[in-house]
Design a binder for this molecule. Structure first.
Ligand SMILES: [Fe+2]
Ligand SMILES: [Fe+2]
Length: 145
């Protein structure tokens, strides 16, 4: 029988999976819609990052099944934008939210006794941190906001 902490962990991983699916959809749309010279930068960025997000989604879906759950198939909603700078600002907000969510999830994994999963979630957290930092660079900032 599943304990409460494992059930909560599966629910959280499913929200993370929906977020990853939303990010994949968002990056594909942004790659296609971004226009102009800055849009070219956005296009190069999202095309490079989307592979990481696909790998995160594949990992989460496998892990949810391993833990006894069923993977989510609906992407989380996102803003559909055409201005490249607004796209990146939205992306930055959601990449930072992902960092926060994976920190919470790593804590839940540890509480559920899933130490290997905790380490993998921290690796994903590090990827999302890299994504956020790259966006800050593209937006012309230096971090610290
Ligand atoms: Fe991701
Ligand atoms: Fe990301």
């Amino acid at each position: 029988m599943k304990n409460v902490s494992k059930t909560k962990l599966i629910e959280g991983l499913n929200r993370d999976l929906a977020d990853e699916l939303g990010t994949i959809c968002r990056y594909i749309q942004q790659a296609a819609l971004a226009r102009g010279m800055f849009g070219h930068e956005v296009r190069e960025f999202v095309k490079a990052e989307v592979t990481d997000e696909v790998n995160h989604a594949l990992f989460l879906a496998d892990k949810i099944v391993t833990l006894g759950g069923t993977p989510a198939v609906k992407p989380a909603p996102f803003k559909e934008l055409t201005d490249p700078r607004e796209m990146l600002e939205h992306d930055l907000e959601l990449e930072r939210r992902a960092v926060t969510n994976y920190a919470e999830r790593a804590g839940q994994a540890e509480a559920a006794g899933e130490i290997g999963l905790k380490v993998r979630l921290e690796e994903i957290l590090a990827d999302e941190t890299d994504h956020a930092e790259e966006i800050v660079r593209l937006l012309g900032g230096r971090g610290g906001d």
